[in-house]
Design a protein around this ligand. Sequence first.
Ligand SMILES: [Zn+2]
Length: 116
Amino acid sequence: MTYFQPSETKCKCGCGQDILPALRDALDDLREMVGFPLEVASGFRCPKRNALVGGARDSMHLRGLACDLVWPVSVSDRHALAREALASFSGVGFYETFIHVDLRHLVKKRLSLWVN
Ligand SMILES: [Zn+2]
């Protein structure tokens, strides 16, 4: 099932660029696994947008392989989201207001887990 629409995942600058199908599929699977709505904080980012939000220079967002998802309000939902993210993504970053997930293994990058 498709949950994440391009309107949610496209670059917020209006350039029209969007995440890769592999990531959309992975996000849809994640949404299916957790069973509750997930809000996108940041999907695709072009270099201009990435610089504006202070993203890393080699950010997976630039390749359409990363998405930041707003933490749910419920603690048990947060646990479920963290658990499923770790099970399905090769890059997972924990931030105060969102969790970053990416598919860095698709570009031959090693698994990465970090807490900001
Ligand atoms: Zn853009």
